[in-house]
Design a protein around this ligand. Structure first.
Ligand SMILES: NC(=O)c1ccc[n+]([C@@H]2O[C@H](COP(=O)([O-])OP(=O)(O)OC[C@H]3O[C@@H](n4cnc5c(N)ncnc54)[C@H](O)[C@@H]3O)[C@@H](O)[C@H]2O)c1
Ligand SMILES: [Zn+2]
Ligand SMILES: [Zn+2]
Length: 391
């Protein structure tokens, strides 16, 4: 089959590789009809995520048609159209039983690598490094889906691929980010990053009763999309974000701050950001924590910081004193996707949101390398790319 493979920093290619096979009775094989490139893929593309190997197949936002089933998957049939959570979760362990699906204890065959780096291992993820399971992703013609009796959900016929696909990741991720922000009616919520995750966080915050959403980015079309979702905007390349947030909230600061940027934050010459970049370049730190610092400084006393943005390792100079003395609450994590797929499908079916609003480009799998570059460099107005293998 054809598949988008990682070959090193900035080097992804569509290669011909062996088709996946059923390896376990709980597996399914699906023929991918649509998959997407995520901001998390950019961290792999840019070489931030350790334990990638040449030839790894990327892609964790996947949907398609079931073509083969292991003997223990009884809730799906060949021919079913399904969307697949990016988190691989057993549904049975202590964590899965509590709905903490991204923390599943049983799906990372390389758990010892993760334990060395983090103390414990989270769940295995599709297409996301060997430390997180070494599972092949779905930017390909076919995908092996482990734990297929727990993860994939059937898609109603009346929804298009573009309306259902983002149940695999970014809609639940934006939604959980807003939940983690502990929004109360009328609250002011600041969202750093107007990529796809920020866009869904803005819309979820509104659904949860936020009075004001203030969206921060520098890319005009992304700020425009945030505005269309009901947010006020701040262009961080044109002003000091802390100063501007204080003006807009009369000095109190936003009640909740959502970091939907993560480890590759841009800093435009801010001293801390220049230091982060230099340290990351020589391996003294791995993450650029500029946005997290700004969020801690800006958040109102007693407020909440929600972090859907991905961090991979060590960040330097986090103002822990400010966070402690201001009494901030932190909530973060990879999304517990399986906990959100059914409820959010209902929200889509009720017409409360059409997730396809975020798609700017639909193209073939063969174009994926070019689209990775354009998505990273924010060229051609790319906000969200959907790939159609075989289409
Ligand atoms: N927690 C999860 O389960 C989960 C799931 C999906 C994605 N993510 C993560 O969420 C983050 C966003 O994903 P995305 O797909 O929207 O990515 P993206 O790369 O499209 O968006 C990131 C945005 O942040 C903006 N940005 C950069 N520096 C900034 C700064 N200093 N201030 C404000 N904005 C800044 C960029 O201009 C860009 O628009 C990534 O870190 C991704 O890995 C997490
Ligand atoms: Zn993702
Ligand atoms: Zn589990």
């Amino acid at each position: 089959m054809r598949a988008l493979c990682w070959h090193g920093k900035g080097d992804v290619r569509v290669d011909t590789v062996p088709d996946p096979k059923i390896e376990h009775p709980r597996d399914a094989i699906i023929r991918i009809t649509a998959c997407a490139i995520c901001g998390s893929d950019l961290h792999l593309f840019d070489g931030y995520q350790p334990t990638m190997e040449s030839g790894d197949i990327l892609g964790h936002e996947n949907m398609g048609v079931v073509i083969e089933l292991g003997s223990e998957v009884t809730n799906l049939k060949v021919g079913d159209r399904v969307v697949v959570p990016f988190t691989i979760s057993c549904g049975q362990c202590w964590f899965c039983q509590k709905g903490l699906f991204s923390l599943c204890d049983r799906t990372n065959p390389n758990a010892e690598m993760a334990i060395k780096a983090m103390g414990h291992s989270p769940a295995g993820l599709f297409g996301f490094s060997h430390m997180l399971g070494g599972y092949s992703g779905g930017q390909a013609e076919y995908l092996r889906v482990p734990m297929a009796d727990v993860g994939p959900i059937k898609v109603p016929d009346n929804l298009t691929d573009e309306q259902a696909l983002f149940l695999s990741d970014i809609f639940p991720t934006g939604y959980m980010a807003a939940e983690n922000a502990q929004i109360k009616d009328g609250d002011t919520v600041a969202v750093w990053g107007c990529g796809p995750v920020g866009q869904f966080a803005i819309r979820a915050a509104r659904m949860m009763g936020a009075g004001r959403m203030i969206a921060i980015d520098e890319v005009p079309e992304r700020l425009a999309m945030a505005e269309a979702g009901g947010a006020e905007t701040i262009d961080f390349s044109k002003c000091d974000v802390y100063d501007e947030l204080m003006v807009r909230t009369k000095g109190r600061g936003p009640d909740s701050c959502i970091d939907a940027v993560g480890c590759e934050a841009a800093g435009h010459g801010a001293v801390d950001a220049v230091m982060d970049k230099a340290k990351a370049a020589v391996g003294l730190a791995t993450d650029r924590v500029h946005v997290l610092r700004e969020a801690i400084f800006s958040c109102r006393k007693g407020g909440t910081i929600s972090v859907p943005g991905v961090y991979v390792g060590m960040g330097d100079k986090l103002p822990i004193g400010a966070a402690m003395n201001k009494g901030l609450t932190f909530k973060m994590g990879q999304t517990h996707v399986q906990a959100y797929t059914q409820p959010l499908l209902k929200i889509i079916e009720a017409g409360k949101i059409d997730p396809s609003f975020v798609v700017t480009h639909t193209t073939s799998l063969e174009d994926a390398p070019e689209m990775y570059q354009k998505f990273r460099d924010k060229e051609d107005g790319v906000i969200k790319v959907v790939l159609r293998p075989g289409g």
